[in-house]
Structures are given as C-alpha cells and as structure tokens.
Write a new protein. Structure first.
Length: 470
C-alpha cells in the first residue's frame, strides 16, 4: 500500500491543492483524489537542498501540510492493511475529515458558543418567570385550580409580595435565579422584610413587616417556585426545606358590638360629610352580609331578590268557637345572591331588618367607594362614635413581638365588617354550619378565626343557652 502527494498544475506561482495517489495492488486500488491541502507552488516545488523548501516546510503552514499528509496516509493504510478496498467516495471522506478537522472544530465551537449565548438570553430566569406569572394572572391566562380568574385582592397580594422581592434584590445588589433560592436566601429575605425602613419628610423611619405580612411574602414566593418547578423551569428543591415557610400567628383582630354599631348609625352625616355616610352604610352592608369587601362593596340590584313564602296554618275559626280553620299565610323574604370573587363560592344571605333599611335608602343599588377611602372614613366615623376603648395588640418590630395599646377606632377597617358579622351571628346562637353557608367558609376551623367575641361575652352566651353551669 502506498500514498503519495503530487501537485498536478502547470502554474509556477500562486497556490494549488495537492492530489493524493492511493495504490494497493493486492486490493486492486488505484485512486487519484484531489485534497483540500493548499500549498505555495513556488516554495513547495523548490529544491529540497536549497533554503526555500526547508524554510517553508518548517513554517507553521508547512508543518500543517506535513501533519495532514501523515494523518491521511496513516488512516488509509490502517484500512487497506485490514483488507478494506477503498472507493473514491470513502477515500475522499477520509481526506476531507482530516483536512477540515480544525475548521469543523472551530465551527462546532462557534455554534456551541452561539447556542449557549442564545440559551442564556432566552433562558427562563426567576425574574422573567415572575413577570410572566403576574401578567398571566392579571390577564386571566393563568387561573386558579378551580379554573377561575384570580380575584383582584389575590392579584394585589401577589403583586405586593413580588414588589418586596424586587426591593430585597435591589438592597443586596443581587438578582436571584431559581438555583439561588436556599435557606440563606430565606433568612436574608425575611430579615430584610422585618427591618424595612422608609423615608418620611426626609427622615428614615422603621417600616418593618409584621410576622403575618412576612409570611404572606414567603407564601407567594413559594407558590411561584412551585408552579415554575411543575412547568419544568427548574429542579431546585432547597426551598422545600421545612424551615423555609411563611410563619403565621393568630392576631387579636377586633369586632364591633351591636351597641357600637348603633352608635355609628346614630351619627348624622350630610353635606360635605356625605362620603362618611356612604362609607358607613357600605361597611354596614358588610356587617349584615358577613362578606369580604370585594363582594359587599359592589352590590347591585341584580344581586338582590325577593320571593313570597306561602304556607297553610290552622287559625281560630271566629264562626265556630273552639275550632280552627286552615288559612294561607304569606311572608316576603328578601335575600342577596353573591358569587364570592375570591373563592368563586355562591352564597345566599337573608336580608335582616337593618340591611333592608340600608338597601332601600339607595334603591337597592349601593354606591361604590375605594377600599382605602372607606378605611380612612371608618376610623373617623368610629372615633366620632366614641369607639375608643384601649385595645392591647401585638406588633412586631424587627422580628421582635411586643404588646402595645391602641384606641379601638384605629383598628377598624373594611374586613372588620366580615369579622363582626360572623361574630354577631355566632353570639346570637346561630348554628356554626349555617354561618358557614353565609360566609362561604369551607371548614369550622377557618370560620373560628373570624369569631372574635370577648371571653366574658361567650360565657354569657353559654350560660344563657345551657343550664349545666347553674
């Protein structure tokens, strides 16, 4: 077997490609294959005994030529020695693979670099996923497990939590990706939330989150990490550590007594104070329906229905003393149908006398005020009504809980209406499962969080209902 390389050109200068002659008499192989090996014609054909040829062959270009010739020869010899009868196509492929090896390697490296760059640019990062998640939640493209759009209050909670997440990253000058979420990240983030500050009139003041507010931020972050994992964007499990959790503590939220509600209703608001009157009436609708503000602040005529209940009752017969006669009785029952925005649960609430009076005042079409406006008015209304009993509450300062006293009117907000309604129904002796049908709670445990009656009031309720303690 022999492989030799020749220049088959009549040119004396410039460049030309070498031709490989492959001969193997026993196998009947005699091939001429033009190779991609380019040489300088004048230098390559110069006398080996002179200075030009040796200098050329010892140059980088010459060494590459020699290396490729040797590799081609070695590769072809190994095949023919094994008895392989090469065809022109096979020989040409061997030669091209060797001659273009470096170019193909460079091309492969360039393509890999481009692929990695493209992957990096297009890779779904945690920051990108959060933005996509919020946009989908807002547009309705991403829905709850029940196939419903997220309630505005839920969307607001998600956006608020993710704004805090972004503020945290800005404070530490780091953008966290999926694989960065671990216990150190958890401790750093919760510390940031507990020790937040803000600037008021040019002065930096403490604005740290409560334990429950910190818990909400962690809850929303974990929900996003979970959905991203389910959708195949990461496989980091460090955030699943049992210590990586949103802690929640029971808060001593207040409710309003019937006597306090009567004092609020006794206030006269008109003229420039009409906003106070509307806010109070909207709040009272929340009390007597025990719904969330997103539901009771949007009542319309379409939600209010009246039907006539009829039944037969035996009554004394004036024409036959001592006897009775059947008589058809009627009673109009007004109720409110609500599809709760947060859960999608449908509830029906009988209208109490107090609720009917308010609804009639507005011709069964309640006005709407923004939640923040109602909250501002409520504190002023309750203060005017003398609802200023000192209430001890627990606040968190930099993660450290402490007890403070505040006047009750400062603690009243839109959600107090739902809590008040549930508590007053409970104190009236209503069955807890009937209360759940009105509030929409799915378990007694969840409803219990809303029942905030004082211990003494509960004792009075129990002793009035049962003679066990007589």
């Amino acid at each position: 077997m022999s492989v030799s390389f020749k220049l088959r050109t009549v040119k004396k200068e410039g460049t030309a490609c070498l031709t490989a002659r492959i001969q193997a008499e026993k196998l009947g192989v005699n091939l001429l294959i033009k190779t991609p090996i380019k040489v300088d014609i004048a230098k390559y054909t110069a006398s080996p005994k002179g200075k030009v040829y040796p200098a050329y062959m010892s140059s980088e270009e010459g060494q590459k030529i020699q290396r490729q010739k040797l590799e081609i020869e070695s590769a072809i010899n190994s095949l023919t020695d094994a008895g392989t009868k090469l065809t022109s196509e096979q020989a040409r492929k061997i030669i091209e693979d060797i001659c273009y090896k470096e170019e193909r390697k460079d091309q492969a490296e360039r393509e890999e670099a481009e692929r990695l760059l493209s992957e990096k640019v297009n890779k779904m990062t945690l920051a990108k996923y959060i933005d996509m998640y919020i946009e989908q939640v807002k547009s309705g493209a991403r829905q709850t497990e029940q196939g419903r759009n997220y309630a505005p209050s839920t969307i607001k909670s998600i956006v608020t939590a993710m704004n805090q997440w972004k503020a945290f990253q800005q404070s530490v000058h780091k953008v966290y990706d999926f694989d960065d979420i671990d216990m150190k990240c958890y401790y750093d983030y919760t510390t940031f939330l507990k020790n937040k500050t803000k600037v008021v009139d040019g002065v930096q003041v403490f604005d740290g989150y409560s334990i429950n507010s910190v818990g909400k931020c962690i809850k929303e972050l974990k929900a996003i990490l979970y959905t991203a994992e389910v959708e195949g964007y990461h496989n980091n499990n460090l955030w699943k550590d049992k210590k990586f959790k949103g802690t929640r503590v029971e808060v001593d939220n207040v409710y309003l007594t019937r006597e306090e509600l009567d004092r609020m209703m006794a206030l006269k608001y008109d003229g420039v104070h009409s906003g106070h009157g509307i806010a109070r009436d909207i709040f009272m609708v929340g009390v007597w329906t025990a719904q969330r503000v997103s539901d009771y602040n949007n009542l319309s005529k379409d939600s209010i229905h009246t039907y006539t209940k009829r039944w037969i009752e035996d009554v004394p017969d004036p024409l036959n003393p001592g006897k009775t006669k059947p008589e058809i009785k009627e009673k109009d029952i007004t109720y409110i149908d609500i599809r709760q925005k947060k859960t999608g649960a449908k509830v029906a609430i009988p209208c109490s006398r107090e609720l009917l009076e308010i609804l009639k005042k507005y011709d069964f079409q309640m006005p709407h005020l923004e939640d923040q406006v109602i909250n501002r008015y409520l504190k002023e209304i309750c203060k005017d009504a003398g609802i200023d009993t000192p209430v001890e509450i627990e606040v968190t300062n930099g993660g450290t809980p402490k007890k403070v006293w505040k006047p009750k009117y400062e603690l009243i907000h839109t959600h107090t209406a739902r809590r008040t309604g549930a508590t007053l129904m409970y104190l009236s002796g209503m069955d807890i499962y009937d209360i759940m049908k009105i509030t929409g709670h799915t378990s007694p445990a969840m409803l219990r969080k809303y029942i905030k009656a004082e211990n003494l009031t509960v004792v009075e309720k129990i002793t009035d209902k049962y003679n066990y303690f007589d």
